[in-house]
Design a protein around this ligand. Structure first.
Ligand SMILES: Nc1ncnc2c1ncn2[C@@H]1O[C@H](COP(=O)(O)OP(=O)(O)OP(=O)(O)O)[C@@H](O)[C@H]1O
Length: 374
């Protein structure tokens, strides 16, 4: 129900003039997905997927290649059917037992990886496509182009624009259609690294300015963690975890979630009464874990490297270092024979064979060790 209309634009958007459509808040303005399952032949791609996207928020669906992200997006958009499940948007059932709303009636906009623009139309023609003709259309096109930071580009042709500019025009076109939901399918993957960072910030800005409800699909954990209010981790077609970005990174529900969201080094350990014994000593566990054998998931930023004279450190011997620009990753072997990675700021060319001491910060992520055959 579109009940409460709120003028909630940032100073930046106000400076550019009011948006063509007001931001609307309604208790049921978001997306609800329940029990979504899909197989292609004998291959199960999605299993009992459930998630909720509150109005005016950005949710990232994060998962490795082949985990079913695009299939889920295509089902939401109405380009693919589901075997079971319910999809509701702004209180309207789009998909469910006996319900099927065709794609063009769903009020869902799609921003694909690239190639979203009609090459034979100008920028203005693209943004205004589907809007009623007349003076209002020209004004709406001008305002949306202003919002995406491309004022006055109406008469340009798509091929004259950079990849990042084209994605912003595609976003303006998707938003101009007044969608209840925008789906972004790896929209930055065709851009080079330097452009990707600035375009994704710009697009996140615009989505928040316009008060859009958005689902972003990505395999890039940095993108998901930095852009989204909520991250849905999809592993093998199942929701492995849903939560705010910091929760996914700091409190991963499983070892697989810890391994996919960020880097880890796995070490053997034993849990007893909320503490973990391992080659790193006797340390508190971050999450509840049953007593018994565990796998410790150590983040590289938890470890610092000191010279061998430091007292109370954990002895290790450097195997190799790799320089990445802002930091150096040093791999070192512990007395147990296990190897840990240390991320040290700056250029740290520590020679192989150097004896060092490691200090570990904070509590440890640990998960029950898989039993033989698991
Ligand atoms: N139309 C189809 N017919 C048969 N199999 C399909 C079809 N669409 C997708 N699949 C299979 O479903 C699985 C999930 O594919 P999907 O594209 O949804 O994954 P994804 O997580 O988006 O991967 P990527 O990031 O590589 O695009 C894959 O094994 C894929 O081969």
């Amino acid at each position: 129900m579109r009940s409460v209309v709120i003028e909630q634009f940032s100073a930046r958007a106000r400076g550019r003039g009011a948006l063509p459509h007001p931001v609307v808040a309604g208790a049921d303005g978001g997306l609800v997905v329940q029990g979504l399952s899909k197989s292609f032949g004998r291959q199960r791609v999605l299993t009992d997927v459930a998630l909720t996207v509150p109005p005016r928020s950005i949710t990232a669906v994060l998962g490795p290649s082949g985990c079913g992200k695009t299939t889920m997006l295509r089902i939401l958009a109405g380009f693919e059917t589901a075997d079971a499940g319910v999809v509701r948007l702004a209180g309207r059932e789009l998909l469910g037992p006996g319900a099927w709303v065709p794609p063009q009636q769903r009020r869902i906009g799609l921003l694909p990886q690239e190639g979203a623009l009609f090459p034979h139309l100008t920028v203005g023609g693209n943004v205004g496509f589907g809007l009623p003709a007349g003076r209002d259309r020209a004004a709406a096109v001008a305002r949306w182009l202003e919002l995406v930071g491309l004022p006055g580009t109406e008469s340009r042709r798509p091929e004259e624009l950079s990849g990042g500019m084209q994605q912003r025009v595609a976003l303006a076109r998707a938003l101009a259609a007044d969608p209840a939901l925008i789906l972004l399918d790896e929209p930055f993957s065709s851009l080079d690294a330097a452009l990707r960072a600035s375009v994704r910030e710009e697009i996140a800005w615009v989505l928040r300015d316009a008060g859009t409800t958005a689902v972003l699909v990505t395999h890039d954990q940095g993108e998901a963690l930095s852009l989204a209010d909520t991250v849905v981790l999809l592993l093998d077609g199942r929701v492995a975890q849903i939560g705010p970005p910091a929760q996914l990174y700091h409190r991963p529900a499983t070892l697989a979630a810890a391994a996919f969201v960020g880097e880890i080094v796995e070490l053997a350990g034993t849990a007893r009464a909320g503490r973990i014994d391992s080659a790193l000593g006797h340390r508190p566990a971050r999450l509840p874990v049953p007593d018994g054998p565990v796998v410790v998931a150590l983040r590289p930023e938890q470890v610092t490297l000191h010279d061998a004279a430091t007292e109370g450190g954990i002895r290790a011997q450097v195997i190799e270092h790799r320089y990445f620009g802002p930091d150096t990753v040093i791999r070192a072997r512990l007395a147990s024979g296990e190897v840990v990675a240390v991320r040290s700021p700056g250029y740290q060319p520590v020679a192989a064979g150097t004896a060092v001491e490691l200090a570990v910060r904070g509590d440890l992520l640990a998960y029950p060790a898989p039993r033989a055959g698991e």
